[in-house]
Design a protein around this ligand. Sequence first.
Ligand SMILES: O=P(O)(O)OC[C@H]1O[C@H](OP(=O)(O)OP(=O)(O)O)[C@H](O)[C@@H]1O
Ligand SMILES: Nc1ncnc2[nH]cnc12
Length: 176
Amino acid sequence: MTDFKQVADRLIRAIEDWPEDGVTFRDITPLLAHPEGLAATVKALVDAARALGPIDVVAGVEARGFLLAPLIAEALGTGLVPVRKAGKLPAARITEAYALEYAEAVIEIHADAVTEGARVLIVDDVLATGGTLAAAVRLFERAGAEVAGAVVLIELPALGGRDALAGVPLTALLEY
Ligand SMILES: O=P(O)(O)OC[C@H]1O[C@H](OP(=O)(O)OP(=O)(O)O)[C@H](O)[C@@H]1O
Ligand SMILES: Nc1ncnc2[nH]cnc12
């Protein structure tokens, strides 16, 4: 089995000054495009998810969380809930606004996306300021669920996102 950290360090690329000056963008597309990179990524994510205890449902945050969450949900045998950017979900919604490293946004879930007390695992590719994941946690708490934890591929510790998630178990597979 390919070592995840080795293959990820080789295949995740850093793009300077994108999408704006001063941001180093961590691009996971070469990792996902590589067969062994993808397999090692899925295994590492699923191992991290299993370590968080029982999970009833896996949530992926649009857009890059959508690339990862279904792979974990399928492996755990759970359902999948999309956390969508504003204006995409057709039925009654719960909405949260937030700021992230280089933008502001609004995310939503369907009000009936989770059952009362369900243990939700939230998945995304990057934790930067934590604005996105903290907003996702608020969505599921407002929906009556319990956030069992969050798993990300990459944490950018200099941006302090972990502090925004106080009280939520967070596993990051890599730090840059
Ligand atoms: O911790 P934060 O400062 O909130 O930043 C992290 C978020 O930023 C990126 O999403 P983005 O909204 O750029 O969009 P994308 O997934 O649609 O590319 C990334 O995929 C995370 O969701
Ligand atoms: N530096 C970064 N690279 C990739 N995705 C991000 N989302 C927020 N900050 C990011």
